[in-house]
Design a binder for this molecule. Structure first.
Ligand SMILES: [Zn+2]
Length: 122
């Protein structure tokens, strides 16, 4: 899916990146922004349950689902981990192409959280 960000958080990790503490991992120029919410603007083939305009928030991790870490339920330390906004472009660029690896599980929590975050703006 692709989304247009509505809100992008700047956290301590982003400040570490800005100050060069993560230069070994983050290559400049980088597009930061791993804490985001927004609206779906494109749904890819095979993705079900999402529609253009849906309000979402994103768990910014992509994992392969096949390595020993993933198979033992520790996707956050996947050997192929792609942390959006750190290992790949984030949401401050205006668009972010997150792929949600478990959309059914994440959908309820994301939509519920965004209703609270988006109150008053939309
Ligand atoms: Zn993995």
């Amino acid at each position: 899916m692709e989304l247009t960000p509505a809100y992008v958080g700047i956290c301590g990790t982003d400040l570490h990146i800005f100050h060069g503490d993560m230069d070994a991992r983050v290559h400049t120029p980088a597009v930061l922004g791993h804490e985001m919410s927004g609206r779906v603007v494109r749904v890819g083939p095979g993705v079900e349950g999402w529609h253009h305009g849906d309000r979402v928030t994103v768990m910014p991790l992509r994992w392969d689902g096949t390595c020993p870490a993933c198979l033992s339920g520790h996707q956050h330390i996947c050997r192929s981990l792609d942390f959006i906004g750190i290992d790949s472009p984030g949401a401050t660029g205006g668009r972010c192409p997150p792929r949600c690896p478990a959309p059914a599980r994440l959908t309820r929590a994301c939509r519920s959280a965004l209703r609270l975050a988006g109150r008053g703006r939309e």
